[in-house]
Design a protein around this ligand. Structure first.
Ligand code: DGI
Ligand code: FE
Ligand code: FE
Length: 192
């Protein structure tokens, strides 16, 4: 794996035409660092996953499909609505451009949009940090506070909010997103 600084520079270069996205990522870096310290997770892994998570956002949708089909031949793209696909190309970026092979980091990137049942600590930290980052003006102070107290409840809270928003705007929702919500409804605050 290349150094964190080198990863940061590759992401900056990749997003040179989207400074707001780079700024969002810097905000997520701040939150994953804080959450990893609170919940005793590997800070370095959390930060690397945060740098990569949205690096490929804004790609041409056709190129996106081609890249995903070539890299994940067994994956069914019907399960991944277009707005969730940058999580998959993010994994491709992490592996090919940054030489990342660590499964905690790659899973955090892959599931940062949909979540998945039984997420690991780094996965949950990136998922929640992405939701509470300052550019999400609809997130309340209470929701940001919850993240520092109970990661599982914060995952659930973010999912309920995203699903309600997507339903109200008639957007397709990944099956995995519902499965994740159902899992965290049943396991409220259960696992760490
Ligand atoms: O990339 P970000 O904007 O930082 O955040 P994200 O990766 O969580 O979400 C990207 C977009 O995808 C956002 O508009 C919400 C949407 N999204 C999240 N889950 C789903 C989804 N869109 C669809 N269609 N289906 C989902 O399951
Ligand atoms: Fe994203
Ligand atoms: Fe993001």
């Amino acid at each position: 794996m290349i150094s964190e600084h080198a990863i940061q520079e590759r992401v900056r270069e990749r997003l040179s035409n989207d400074p707001a996205r780079f700024c969002h990522i810097e905000g997520v870096i701040h939150h994953v660092t804080e959450l990893a310290e609170i919940f005793h997770a590997n800070v370095q892994k959390a930060r690397i996953s945060a740098w990569c998570h949205d690096a490929t956002k804004g790609m041409d949708p056709q190129e996106e499909v081609q890249q995903i089909n070539a890299f994940f031949p067994d994956l069914n793209l019907a399960d991944w609505p277009q707005p969730t696909r940058h999580a998959l190309t993010g994994v491709i970026f992490a592996k090919t451009d940054c030489h990342i092979e660590d499964s905690d980091i790659l899973n955090a990137i892959r599931y940062h949009t949909t979540g998945r049942p039984k997420m690991g600590k780094i996965e949950k930290i990136l998922f929640v940090a992405d939701f509470i980052e300052e550019s999400r003006t609809f997130v309340s102070k209470k929701q940001r506070e919850l993240a520092k107290i109970n990661l599982d409840l914060a995952v659930l809270d973010s999912l309920e909010s995203t699903i309600a928003y997507l339903q109200s705007t008639n957007q397709p929702i990944a099956q995995l997103t519902f499965e994740t919500r159902d899992y965290y409804r049943k396991n409220k605050g259960g696992s760490e």
